[in-house]
Structure formats: structure tokens, C-alpha cells
Design a protein around this ligand. Structure first.
Ligand SMILES: [Zn+2]
Length: 404
């Protein structure tokens, strides 16, 4: 079957060579072996252009020849396949209290990983540590590292929202600044992305959202974020801050939030809210860090014994989340809404099972192939893996609007 990407045509203009390279590599990656003439036909590129790019990609070990296809007449074409072991990608997720790092091959297989407590989360401290960790990672691996994905909670450059609170970083000016400084520290190309969007891209490449073109991803970090992938491309908004769903008001005059609102969703449905709920009932120390694994471990244990306090929290979290999921469905018409991130699998499964989803939703289709809500990959490394996935995505996916 021809890969899905063929509708994105290439161009022969010299300035879009990088774009054409992505078209060719993306085609090969999604095929089970493709010849040069086939790639040229599907992409609209000349056979010569495809041959040049294949030679370059073969030199970079990103594609490898894989025998010849039997053909009725003439010399059978050489087939090329994607070589995921030919290069590696780094992913870093910065949390307020920890730096999570992974090195993967181009299939997302983890080659190395580290979880490092952060003494401070200002950019200077984080970049110095990242440079050190990148050196350790690169020492483990014999293939080139194509780049790094830097995953941040955001938002940035917004009055109030980025000023304070347990779920945001302080001292960070914006995505562009962070990308330039990280590239300087790592001596590598760096892509910066919000945690929820990075995790959504990771989920589409390697997880529960494989094969989905349009989906919403609710990311449980310390707070709650949203990544929207529409027709295979992330929706970032005008300033890269799209998806701050944690600050949607679900309880008028409800609990105060650091953003200045009252009754924000993440005050009820997030890991931070869970930690506070358990701490208020003496089940967890109030000093437990928001990004720590301690909340997860305690919650998993309470779930196993059907603890009443956890049960009450899950009911409330599900009650407030369900209409928000209905809203996402009606706004974006996704193939599914995926829940993932830094909560234990069993807790997310339990939360999903409690969702009483609205009946009035465009998602209620007779021909649905999947449930409306899916559980994605979860665990502490989800965001960092999403960071590495950004680099892989950027390597193999042509942009709809190729930059000059
Ligand atoms: Zn808020």
C-alpha cells in the first residue's frame, strides 16, 4: 500500500532540497521497500532528484538497499528501506524539579536515559546540565545524533499564566530564546516544543495514536496540557501557547489557581490536584514535589486497595473532565482523544472508565473504529520521548509549507 504521505508533493527548486529529502525519506520510512522510479512517480520529483537524494541518504545510512523487486521486464529496481539504527535523537523534558533525558534510535528505541533532579530550573542551570548529559549520551552511541528536542511546560510570554505556580518554569523568556541557547550549549540543532504537543507527536509516531491523522492528546504533567494534531500537523497557535487546557474554567467560583482564575480544570484533574487531595487527607507528605514519582507510587497503592479518598478524587476528576472532552470533540472533530503522561497506567485506565462522555458530540458516529477516549503511553519519560520524536518527525516529515 502506498504510504499516506504521497499527497504532499515535492519540488525541484534548490532551496527546498531539505523538504525534498524529507519527502523521499518519509516515503521510504512508510513503505516496506521503495524503488527510485516509484518514489519519483509518487512525489512528483524527477528521477534524477530522487536518485541524488537516495545516494545522500544512503551515505548518511538513513536508507539501506534491500534487494530488488521482481518485475515483468527489464532490470528489476533496487528497493530501499528506512534504517532506524542509522542515527539517533536526543529528547529532554524540563520539569520544575527534574530534567528527564533520553537518547533513541529513529524507531524510538531507547538507547540511554537519565532522570536528574534539578537544584534550580533557571535556563543557565538547565542548559549546563543538558550539555553534560548530552556528552554522556553521545559517548554511548556510535551513530550521529541528528538533534535534540527540548520539551518545556510553557506557556511563555503571557501575563499571569507564566508568572508563578508549581507547574511552570521561571526565568525562561520564550521558545525562540530557549532553542537558540540550547543549540549553543549542545552544539546540535534543537527543536523546542510544549510538553503536550511533543508527547502527542511521540504518541503518533510510537504509541496509541499511530495511524491517527487528527487527534487530541491530554497530557498529565504536573498540570494538564493539550496537544492537538490536525491532519498530521501540530496546532501551535500564534505564539506557540495553544493547548493551555488546564486553565479552562470548569467550576465557576471554584478553587483559586496560580493563573489568577478560579475553578481551573487543572485544580481538579491533574497530578498536582491529586497530590494536594492526598496530602490534605494525610496520605502523602505536603512536601512531595509536583513532578516526583512519589505521588504516582502512593496513588497506585491506594488504587489497588480501593481507597475511598482516591475514589472520591477520581470521581470528581472524571466528572469535570468528561464535558471538556466533549468540547474537544465538537471543536476539533478528532478521531480520538488520548490521555497520557506522568500518571500510572492503571490510574489513567480507571479515570477513563469513569468518564460519562456527553451524548451530544460529533464523536458519536456509528462507524467509529476506535473508542472515543484512548489511554496513551504514560510514565515519567513520555515527554522526553516526545522530544526525541520531534527530531525524528522533523527528519522524515515534509512540512506543508516548506520554508525557503
Ligand atoms: Zn488556572
Amino acid at each position: 500500500m502506498p504510504p499516506r504521505q504521497t499527497q504532499i508533493a515535492g519540488t525541484n527548486a534548490e532551496r527546498t532540497k531539505a523538504h525534498n529529502r524529507r519527502v523521499v525519506l518519509g516515503y521510504v520510512q512508510l513503505s516496506d521497500g521503495a524503488g527510485r522510479a516509484e518514489i519519483a512517480r509518487s512525489s512528483g520529483l524527477s528521477t534524477q532528484t530522487v536518485s541524488n537524494l537516495i545516494a545522500e541518504l544512503e551515505h548518511d545510512r538513513l536508507v539501506v538497499p534491500a534487494g530488488r523487486r521482481r518485475s515483468a521486464r527489464g532490470q528489476p529496481p533496487v528497493l530501499y528501506t528506512f534504517n532506524p539504527a542509522g542515527a539517533a535523537a536526543l529528547g529532554f523534558e524540563v520539569r520544575p524539579d527534574a530534567l528527564l533525558s533520553v537518547l533513541t534510535d529513529l524507531a524510538g528505541t531507547v538507547l540511554w536515559q537519565a532522570q536528574t533532579p534539578l537544584p534550580a530550573s533557571d535556563p543557565e542551570t538547565v542548559f549546563a546540565l543538558m550539555a553534560d548529559l548530552a556528552g554522556q549520551a553521545r559517548a554511548q552511541c556510535e551513530v550521529p545524533v541528528l538533534g535534540a528536542g527540548l520539551v518545556l511546560p510553557g506557556p511563555f510570554g503571557v501575563e499571569g499564566l507564566s508568572a508563578a505556580g508549581a507547574t511552570v518554569l521561571t526565568g525562561w523568556q520564550g521558545f525562540d530564546d530557549a532553542a537558540a541557547q540550547a543549540a549553543e550549549a549542545l552544539k546540535l540543532p534543537v527543536i523546542v516544543e510544549k510538553d503536550a504537543t511533543a508527547a502527542a507527536i511521540g504518541e503518533a509516531m510510537l504509541g496509541a495514536a499511530q495511524g491517527l491523522d487528527t487527534f487530541c492528546y491530554l497530557y498529565f504533567g504536573a498540570g494538564l496540557g493539550l496537544g492537538v494534531i490536525a491532519q498530521g500537523q501540530p496546532m501551535r497557535g500564534a505564539f506557540g501557547n495553544a493547548g493551555e487546557i488546564g486553565h479552562v474554567i470548569v467550576v465557576p467560583d471554584g478553587l483559586p489557581c496560580d493563573c489568577g482564575n478560579t475553578g481551573c480544570l487543572e485544580q481538579y484533574t491533574s497530578r498536582m490536584a491529586l497530590r494536594r487531595h492526598l496530602a490534605a487527607r494525610g496520605l502523602l507528605s505536603p512536601d512531595t514535589p509536583p513532578g516526583g514519582g512519589q505521588t504516582d507510587a502512593v496513588a497506585a497503592r491506594l488504587l489497588a486497595v480501593e481507597d475511598a479518598a482516591l475514589d472520591a478524587w477520581l470521581n470528581e476528576a472524571a466528572r469535570l473532565l468528561a464535558p471538556v472532552i466533549g468540547t474537544l470533540e465538537n471543536l476539533f472533530d478528532p478521531e480520538a482523544v488520548v490521555l497520557g503522561g506522568a500518571l500510572p497506567d492503571r490510574l489513567l485506565d480507571d479515570l477513563i472508565a469513569r468518564l460519562d462522555l456527553p451524548r451530544g458530540s460529533v464523536a458519536r458516529r456509528r462507524d467509529r473504529a476506535r473508542p472515543r477516549v484512548l489511554r496513551g503511553a504514560s510514565g515519567r519519560m513520555t515527554g522526553a520521548l516526545g522530544g526525541a520524536a520531534l527530531v525524528i518527525h522533523d527528519t522524515v516529515t515534509p512540512r506543508l509549507d516548506p520554508a525557503p
